[in-house]
Design a protein around this ligand. Structure first.
Ligand code: ADP
Length: 643
């Protein structure tokens, strides 16, 4: 057959144009694409030869060879894969527009160029990526078993290509790129080496290159000879590691190998806390290797943190940080997913890919949660170490991952009024230990255990012997705002709304309410920062405390929000008084005796300020507070002196 020139199909022209012009800053990937085509071609012949051994023509040393010719400025990627017939090459490289091409072109148009790397990762752009670096591409190929019919395909990527019959003595395909002037760097050994390392390190077949090395002269091989006894020689070197440990079965990988790989992908210098390695078979097949680090990385809360896992498709690197593979709250996890059935190139619908990725994500989420549950049950100390570093991520999960909320809730640990310092309980244990008359799960949020343990809110709970969870993580307020119940028991913040734990105290309070009515009203009118003054059932020792409305933001949460520079409107709170406290009783007596006594206002203000201190807030006019306190001390002291 004589040389024939044909035109690229219209859609391909558009694709070519877009690839060349918009993916310009990611040119490196052309090599990944060509190596991946070669690897596929080798997979095909390997498979076909299982039933047709003669196809091998005696050559089954699978190999992808990269040849850089600096004089001619050509880079050749040569394989001994299945090869192509002339009709195949005409169809495959020129006229068939694959079903996904259109989608890819559409997505490219819609995507901000910063996100191109992700898009390329998702699709692969195939053979045509060559035209980013080459102004002419020649493909010489021969189909396995078709000894006399080699084919030569050539194009400058501008719209036409030519095909002709040629001779080629070996099976396989050579893709020869005549590099553009500004792409000559791809002829350099180190450049090729680093691209292969980056994108194709785990390709199963060896990717080799001839390199010049100093080797011992003949007869000196066993020694470490000095320079004069060495000579320069061209040797073929394999550039890729080929050790995809995630593809091996668990018992084939040593702990040391797992850890080494972890350090390689995470840049962590410590060993991981936990390795999760498994294999999913069936309708969708993929392999997963995950690591839970020992320590948080510093960037865990950076806005721009790139989370996600590395995605491979049949050993070929697709992208780092694939966010679709793992929920955001598991961003501390490092690892690799290798899918057997995701498409490498533009050949399938994006939607379908999304659906497949979504399935993998679901599977990984469940696996991680089950692993943590297991660790909590069987290696509790190790789990506590994990929790100290990443508990906050689990909390984030309870707020976001509704589907797994139950599992996540069971992974939470909290200190409580009944645990030792630094020791934890769980919701489950809490509920199991609840006395039968206790209806709700009590908790309080604050800066630190020491402070909240002494706060007036706990008084009645201590007296009744009810356990209260002590929450001291800045994220707890946000988490609890979304946590309604556990095991049909409601959560109850003990510094909000009404508490109803002591029936007797409640009855007494109701009785006293009439008696105190006017004083309470009077105080409310004098204190402009509180919306109500009422009697309390939660206090036994303290005179007063401030509480928030049931669904309002608590004082601690307000402080957290402010520290994050968030605007929070000041919520007015309720001042609760302990009717059994001597000070409150005396104030009532004084009020009955002389409503207009100016001291009542001063006492009211000082009570409010005490309550502010008790909840950990600041007093607005600290100087006035100290001055008044001093005056009271002077009075007390002088009466002592006069005695
Ligand atoms: P994809 O690999 O997604 O199909 P490409 O544009 O990279 O897209 O390649 C198109 C087709 O050309 C391949 O599907 C394959 O049939 C053929 N092809 C490309 N490179 C080779 C090669 N090195 N050996 C054999 N066939 C190849």
């Amino acid at each position: 057959m004589s040389k024939k020139t044909m035109e690229f199909k219209a859609e391909l022209k558009e694709l070519l144009h877009l690839i060349i012009n918009s993916l310009y800053s990611h040119k490196d990937i052309f090599l990944r694409e060509l190596i991946s085509n070669s690897a596929d071609a080798i997979d095909k012949i390997r498979f076909d030869s299982l039933t047709h051994n003669e196809l091998l023509e005696g050559d089954e040393e699978w190999k992808i060879k990269i040849i850089a010719d600096k004089e001619k400025a050509t880079l050749t990627i040569s394989d001994n894969g299945i090869g192509m017939l002339i009709d195949e090459i005409t169809d495959q490289l020129g006229t068939i527009a694959k079903s996904g091409t259109k989608n890819f072109v559409e997505s490219l148009k819609k995507t901000n160029s910063n996100d191109y790397p992700d898009l390329i990762g998702q699709f692969g752009v195939g053979f045509y990526a060559s035209f980013m670096v080459a102004d002419k591409v020649t493909v010489i190929s021969r189909r396995a078993g078709d000894r006399n019919n080699g084919v030569r395909w050539e194009s400058d990527g501008k719209g036409e290509f030519s095909v002709e019959q040629v001779e080629k003595d070996k099976r396989g395909t050579d893709v020869i790129l005549k590099l553009k002037d500004d792409c000559k760097n791809y002829l350099e050994e180190w450049e090729i080496r680093s691209i292969v390392k980056k994108y194709s390190d785990y390709v199963e077949h060896p990717v080799v290159m001839d390199v010049e090395r100093e080797v011992p002269k003949p007869g000196e091989e066993d020694k470490e000879p000095p320079k004069q006894k060495r000579e320069k020689k061209i040797v073929e070197e394999t550039l890729n590691d080929r050790k995809a440990i995630w593809l091996k079965s668990k018992n084939e990988v040593t702990e040391e190998e797992y850890h080494k790989f972890y350090k390689h992908i995470s840049r962590d210098w410590e060993d991981p806390l936990k390795v999760i390695h498994y294999n999913v078979e069936g309708r969708q097949e993929f392999k997963v290797l995950l690591y839970i680090p020992k320590k948080r990385s510093l960037d865990l809360f950076y806005k721009d943190l790139r989370n996600g896992l590395a995605l491979y498709v049949r050993r070929i690197f697709i992208m780092d940080n694939c966010e679709k593979l793992i929920p955001e709250y598991m961003r501390f996890i490092k690892g690799v997913v290798d899918s057997s059935d995701l498409p490498l190139n533009v050949s399938r619908e994006i939607l379908q890919q999304d659906y497949q990725l979504e399935n993998i994500k679901k599977n990984i989420t469940t696996k991680v949660l089950n692993t943590l549950k297991d660790m909590k049950e069987k290696e509790y100390d190790k789990y506590c170490d994990f929790y100290k570093e990443f508990g906050v991520m689990i909390k984030e999960g309870t707020h976001i991952d509704f589907e797994n909320k139950d599992k996540l809730q069971d992974l939470l640990l909290y200190e409580s009024t009944k645990t030792e310092n630094g020791k934890y309980t769980t919701f489950k244990d809490y509920v199991t230990n609840m006395p039968s008359d206790q209806k709700e799960i009590y908790y309080i949020i604050g800066d630190n255990r020491q402070h909240i343990e002494q706060s007036p809110y706990l008084e009645v709970f201590k007296e009744k012997g009810y356990e209260v969870l002590l929450m001291t993580d800045p994220i707890d307020g946000w988490v609890m705002s979304n946590m309604m119940e556990y095991n049909k028991k409601n959560f109850k913040a003990i510094d909000k709304g009404d508490v109803d734990v002591d029936k007797k105290a409640k009855k007494e309070k109701e009785k006293k309410e009439k008696e105190y009515k006017d004083l309470l009203e009077f105080m409310k009118n004098k204190l402009s920062n509180v919306k109500e003054v009422r009697l309390s059932t939660r206090l036994t020792d303290s005179a007063c405390c401030l509480v928030a409305d049931e669904y309002a933001m608590g004082a601690y949460m307000e402080r957290v929000m402010r520290s994050l520079n968030q605007e929070v409107s000041k919520t007015e709170r309720i001042l609760e008084l302990n009717p059994n406290h001597p000070l409150i009783e005396l104030m009532q007596k004084l009020f009955e005796k002389d409503k207009n006594n100016s001291n009542i206002v001063i006492y009211a203000e000082m009570l409010y300020e005490q309550a502010l201190l008790a909840e950990g807030s600041k007093i607005e006019n600290q100087l006035l507070f100290t001055k008044r306190l001093n005056e009271l001390m002077v009075k007390e002291c002088s009466s002592l002196v006069q005695e």
